[in-house]
Design a protein around this ligand. Structure first.
Ligand SMILES: [Zn+2]
Length: 297
């Protein structure tokens, strides 16, 4: 009886560990919004326009459709090429493919952004992430999650305004000091955010754009469905439209969970076990061992 009680108590922390380690429901996660007349563009930009050239049966009896598209580069889920804020930086066609694909992490500041729509990701947020998950991996893609996707595609809540007045923009971004911290302390290849801009809505100098793009680190804006991503253990693929000389462009972004994600989560689970559970685990492991030794003795 005593043995059963001990085993049950030992199982409690283990249940939490394996709950953390449960595999993802789907291996692939869509991180883009589809392009349509609803797609949000920068207030001064030109929205997505999709018009019919032909959509009908031909005289020969087969069906044929073809449409025409036009839009500004910076709208919807899109890439910012370094040349967007750096005259000598890479244009869209010049960014090497390996800069657009790689292992990624998600930094969740959604609780802070929920309190403050002008929130900017701070170096302390990166340090807090590293305390829980270890150092940001070498050559990582950084995704910043503010929980802003819940407002898409409503411009008033997502941008702070549905007018062309950019002084009314309110949404979270990345603080310039955080970009400097990343460049000085870690090696990263790409930064993405679930708002309309790397810089927060109230920015007028776009410092974070300028700091990152000076280092040829491109940006991803209006990244979708980040709520479905874990803190780490996934690979991001960003496939922008291949525009010669482009300052950015529409981008299909998706993620794939890494094969070893279970192991990564198990290790994270171990790290995140709180003091009480650790104490219970150690105490009952000791009690169990002593009771076996005493029985044998
Ligand atoms: Zn942009």
């Amino acid at each position: 009886m005593n043995l059963i009680v001990n085993l049950c108590l030992l199982a409690l922390p283990c249940i939490r560990l394996f709950a953390n380690a449960s595999p993802a429901k789907s291996e692939w996660i869509e991180l883009s919004y589809p392009f349509s007349s609803e797609t949000i563009y920068w207030p001064t930009g030109k929205s997505f326009n999709h018009t019919t050239e032909y959509a009908n049966y031909t005289a020969d009896g087969y069906y044929f459709s073809s449409y025409r598209i036009s839009a500004s580069e910076h709208g919807g889920t899109h890439l910012d090429s370094p040349i967007h804020f750096n005259k000598g930086g890479w244009s869209t066609d010049q960014i090497p493919l390996d800069r657009l694909i790689g292992h990624a992490i998600k930094i969740d500041v959604s609780s802070k952004a929920a309190q403050n729509p002008d929130y900017q990701l701070m170096p302390s947020d990166l340090e807090a992430w590293e305390e829980s998950h270890g150092n940001i991996p070498y050559d990582a893609i950084i995704l910043v999650f503010n929980g802003w996707g819940k407002y898409w595609p409503d411009k008033r809540t997502y941008l702070g305004t549905d007018t062309k007045n950019t002084s009314l923009l309110h949404f979270p971004g990345i603080h310039p000091s955080t970009c400097r911290w990343l460049i000085n302390n870690r090696k990263i290849k790409l930064v993405g955010i679930d708002t309309a801009s790397i810089d927060h809505g109230q920015s007028t100098q776009f410092e974070s754009h300028r700091i990152l793009y000076a280092e040829n680190i491109p940006g991803l804006e209006n990244v979708a469905h980040m709520d479905k991503l874990p803190a780490k253990g996934f690979t991001v693929y960003a496939a922008p439209m291949f525009i010669v000389g482009g300052s950015g462009g529409p981008c299909r972004i998706f993620a794939h969970f890494d094969a070893n994600r279970c192991m990564v989560n198990l290790v994270d689970g171990l790290k995140s076990l709180n003091g009480f559970l650790w104490a219970a685990l150690v105490l009952y492991a000791l009690r169990f061992l002593f009771s076996r030794v005493l029985v044998r003795g």
